[in-house]
Ligand binder design. Structure first.
Ligand SMILES: Nc1nc2c(ncn2[C@@H]2O[C@H](COP(=O)(O)OP(=O)(O)OP(=O)(O)O)[C@@H](O)[C@H]2O)c(=O)[nH]1
Length: 392
């Protein structure tokens, strides 16, 4: 089998890809509210390029301090920066949890100490150490990506696959070097290492290209969040709530199940604003949103559909269940709304609800009916719940 590849061409290609992608990530960092992960990934591309250039200069100059030690340190730093970028994306510190940060520090110290001892006399051993350290970082990165629960999953899966293949390739390199040193395998070590290096370059380039994919889906995710969420409470805004509510109704109709729509309107909220000011009113609205999120289930849709008007879609029409939920909501609002940030706001809410059978009505009918029920609760004295059934 001919294992020859034209390494200089591949190296130049890989350097060009990493330069381009690194530049793109750097631009994304400046355009996207300076999100640190993009800077870290751009630096990962840069260290990879610099490390590759120095390693490539090994045949031209006899300066192991640069072409072996510095090259390996830069190549080892590249996956470390990718991992730090993933941590930053997740909103945890660059080194991860305290345990993983301690583990990384120990591994890093052992790696650097090993390099310092062997870089002058044994370039292959330096290669083994970098492969081992990088494989460890890829394993940690896969573990980290598995814990990220964001959607869409595709960019995360692509990165996990690349890291897994890359990690396995680097471990193969470790095994080949160890096997050769122990006399267990008889292969043309230089040729095998060249082939592994070629694949390593391809995988590093593929990883660099996958990172902008993550950047774009992240950008889309945050834009969607801005478009769908109410800025003050982070609940779904009116438009998003109506869309999700209509989708929930369609699903319920198909499954011949039922839903309940709740309308929750704070009582005499104008007085709170007039007496305590708009900022206090805002804090009260945020507290109401928190209570709704805490008291309703994850699969329920919760939104702020007007100034002091909230709404929810529950996946049930069981009257006892809905009564229990709304009574609890009303009680919590009343209890926690008594004193807000030390001020006696005495918040309360009028709640109207309407349950539906799986029939032909559309979501706006349900909203109208829930609104009427809520106004009835207002008429009957406020701080109470009115539940209706939609008979069609
Ligand atoms: N602080 C704050 N107040 C808001 C916001 N949006 C609407 N409001 C206020 O909510 C109040 C709603 O007043 P009304 O519609 O008269 O209703 P109400 O005083 O709650 O009386 P009832 O609904 O009849 O019990 C107004 O004073 C609005 O200015 C907001 O984002 N922040």
């Amino acid at each position: 089998m001919d294992l020859n590849v034209h390494l200089p061409t591949l190296m130049l290609l890989s350097i060009a890809v990493n330069l381009l992608v690194g530049g793109l990530l750097w631009a994304v960092y400046h355009l996207r509210r300076r999100q640190a992960c993009f800077r870290l990934w751009a630096l990962a591309c840069a260290t990879f390029v610099l490390g590759s250039l120095l390693a490539g200069a090994r045949t031209l100059v006899d300066l192991p301090l640069l072409t072996v030690l510095a090259a390996h340190l830069l190549l080892g730093a590249s996956p470390l920066l990718v991992l730090a970028g993933i941590h930053s994306l997740m909103g945890v510190s660059a080194t991860g949890t305290r345990r993983s940060s301690r583990f990384l520090t120990v591994a890093g110290v052992v790696y650097v100490a090993g390099l310092l001892i062997c870089f002058h006399s044994d370039a292959i051993l330096a290669r083994l150490l970098t492969a081992l350290f990088s494989a460890l970082l890829f394993a940690l990165a896969i573990g980290r990506l598995l814990t990220i629960r964001r959607k869409p999953r595709l960019p995360f899966r692509i990165l996990q696959t690349l890291f897994a293949v890359h990690g396995l390739l680097l471990m193969t390199q470790v095994l080949v070097i160890v096997g050769d040193r122990a006399g267990l395998v008889s292969v043309d070590l230089e040729a095998v290492l060249t082939l592994i290096l070629a694949n390593h370059l391809l995988l590093a380039s593929a990883t660099a290209m996958a990172l902008p994919l993550l950047a774009f889906t992240e950008a889309e995710r945050s834009l969607r969040f801005l478009a769908e969420r109410d800025e003050l409470t982070q609940l779904h805004n009116r438009r998003s709530f109506l869309q999700l509510g209509a989708a929930a109704l369609d699903r319920a109709k198909r499954a011949r199940q039922s839903i309940t729509v709740l309308m929750i309107d704070l009582d005499y909220f104008k007085r709170i604003n007039d007496r305590w000011g708009h900022d206090v009113g805002d804090q009260a609205l945020q507290m109401v949103a928190r209570i709704m999120v805490e008291e309703l289930r994850d699969e329920d849709v919760v939104g702020r559909i007007g100034g002091e008007e909230f709404a929810a879609v529950l996946n049930t029409n069981d009257r006892h269940e809905v009564e229990a939920i709304t009574a609890r909501l009303r009680r919590k609002l009343e209890e926690r709304g008594q004193i807000v940030n030390g001020l006696p706001l005495h918040l309360s809410a009028s709640i109207g609800g309407v349950a539906t059978q799986p029939t032909r009505e559309d979501f706006s009918d349900l909203m109208r009916a829930a609104d009427q029920a809520m106004y009835e609760a207002k008429r009957k004295g406020r701080n109470r719940v009115e539940l209706h059934s939609l008979v069609t």
